[in-house]
Ligand binder design. Structure first.
Ligand SMILES: NC(=O)c1ccc[n+]([C@@H]2O[C@H](COP(=O)([O-])OP(=O)(O)OC[C@H]3O[C@@H](n4cnc5c(N)ncnc54)[C@H](OP(=O)(O)O)[C@@H]3O)[C@@H](O)[C@H]2O)c1
Length: 336
C-alpha cells in the first residue's frame, strides 16, 4: 500500500487508515459496531498485514472501550504504527467533562494514554470546535502536550473554514504547534467540504482525512434503488440515521460505481474509496469494518487506480449545488 505525508509533517501514513469506531459496542455506539477483543485482534492484524500503519479512534467511541480494545490489539506492533485519537466529546457527567478547555484536554489525554496502553499519541485531534473555550487556551494546551512528549502532531476535525483558519493564524502568531490534518465527512454523497475546507487545506498544507467515506456503508452496493435494505447494518433503518444525505442521488452514484468497478474487476466499495484517493488534498481515507470480509474487500482498494475519465464522470454525477459566494468566485477566477 502507498504511503503519503501526513499534511505538511514529515511522517508518512498508509493511504488507508483503519478507524476503530466499530470496536466496543457500548452506549450510543452499539448500533455502529460491537466488535470485541478477539475479532478486533484479527481485524487489526489483517489491516497491518495489508499495509496499514495508521489507526484512528476517539475517547468517546463506546465510552473509551474502542481505545482500550485498539491499544490491546496493537500490542507490541504499536511502535510501527501512527496512532490517532480525539478529544472534545463528553466523557462524564461533570461540567468539565466536555470541551476543549486546558483542563479537559490534559485530563483526557492522560486517560486516552492509559486506555491505549501507550506513552504517546502520534496524532491528537480536537473532535470539533468548542464555541465556549478561547482557541488560544486550546492551542496552548495542545502545544504543551507536544513539548511534554505525550503528543507528536495535532489535528482538527469538524471545523468550519473560519474556525480552522483562525486557529492556524493563532498558532502562527503565537508560535504554537499547528494542526497538520483535517478529519472531515467527505465522500461521493458528501462533497460540501469542497466549497471552503478543501481549498483551505490545500492552501495551508493540511492533510485531509475523510471520515465515513462509504456514507456509513451506503456506498457498498448493499443499498440499491427498489431493493429491500440489508438487515443488521448501520443504515438498515433509514428513519434513524445520524448521516443525512440524498439517497435518491446516492443510488445513481452507486449504479455508476458498479459500472466503473466492473472495468477493474473490483467492487463498488473499492471504487467509492478509490475516488476519494484521487481527490486533491486527501492524505488517508479512514475506513471502518465490522468483519474480516468487509476489511478484505476494502483493503483491495489500494491494488488499483481509477482512471481520470472515471473520476470525472463521478465528479459530474455527484457534484453538489454551489453555494454563494463560491459560484461567483469561481466565475471571477476564470477571468484571471
Ligand atoms: N471525526 C468524526 O467526527 C468521525 C465521525 C465518524 C467516523 N469517524 C472515523 O472514521 C472511521 C470510519 O467511519 P465509518 O465507519 O462511518 O466509515 P464508512 O466506511 O462510511 O462505514 C463503515 C461501515 O460500512 C460497512 N462496510 C464497510 N466495508 C464494507 C464492505 N466491504 N461491504 C459491505 N459493507 C461494508 C460496515 O457497516 P455495516 O456492516 O453496519 O453496514 C462498516 O462498519 C471511524 O472508525 C472513525 O475512526 C470520525
Amino acid at each position: 500500500m502507498n504511503t503519503r505525508f501526513l499534511g505538511n509533517s514529515g511522517v508518512r501514513v498508509s493511504e488507508l487508515c483503519f478507524g476503530a469506531m466499530t470496536f466496543g459496542g457500548k452506549g450510543y455506539w452499539t448500533g455502529i459496531g460491537q466488535v470485541q477483543q478477539k475479532e478486533a485482534d484479527e481485524l487489526v492484524g489483517m489491516a497491518i498485514d495489508g499495509g496499514i500503519n495508521f489507526f484512528d479512534t476517539a475517547d468517546v467511541y463506546s465510552e473509551g472501550l474502542s481505545e482500550q480494545i485498539l491499544g490491546k490489539a496493537l500490542g507490541k506492533k504499536r511502535k510501527d504504527i501512527v496512532l490517532a485519537t480525539k478529544v472534545r466529546g463528553r466523557t462524564g457527567p461533570g461540567p468539565n467533562d466536555v470541551g476543549l478547555s486546558r483542563r479537559h484536554i490534559v485530563d483526557s489525554c492522560n486517560a486516552s494514554l492509559m486506555r491505549l496502553g501507550t506513552d504517546y499519541i502520534d496524532l491528537y485531534q480536537v473532535h470539533s470546535f468548542d464555541p465556549r473555550t478561547p482557541l488560544e487556551e486550546t492551542l496552548r494546551a495542545l502545544d504543551d502536550l507536544v513539548r511534554g512528549g505525550k503528543v507528536r502532531y495535532i489535528g482538527a476535525s469538524n471545523f468550519a473554514g473560519w474556525q480552522l483558519m483562525k486557529a492556524l493564524a493563532i498558532s502562527e502568531r503565537q508560535n504554537l504547534e499547528r494542526f497538520v490534518t483535517l478529519q472531515a465527512f467527505y465522500s461521493l454523497i458528501a462533497r460540501d467540504l469542497e466549497n471552503e475546507l478543501v481549498p483551505l487545506s490545500l492552501d495551508q498544507g493540511l492533510g485531509i482525512l475523510p471520515w465515513s467515506p462509504l456514507g456509513g456503508g451506503f456506498l457498498t452496493g448493499k443499498y440499491r434503488r427498489g431493493r429491500p435494505r440489508p438487515q443488521g447494518a448501520r443504515r438498515s433503518d433509514p428513519a434513524n440515521q445520524f448521516l443525512q444525505f440524498d439517497e435518491e442521488k446516492g443510488f445513481d452514484i452507486v449504479d455508476e460505481l458498479e459500472r466503473i468497478a466492473s472495468n477493474h474487476r473490483a467492487t463498488i466499495t473499492q471504487a467509492a474509496l478509490n475516488f476519494l484517493l484521487r481527490k486533491p488534498g486527501v492524505t488517508s481515507v479512514i475506513i471502518g469494518a465490522k468483519t474480516n470480509e468487509q476489511l478484505g474487500d476494502t483493503l483491495k482498494t489500494a491494488d488499483w487506480e481509477m482512471a481520470p475519465e472515471e473520476v470525472s464522470r463521478l465528479d459530474e454525477l455527484s457534484r453538489p449545488p454551489r453555494a454563494y459566494p463560491y459560484w461567483m468566485l469561481e466565475g471571477m477566477a476564470r477571468d484571471r
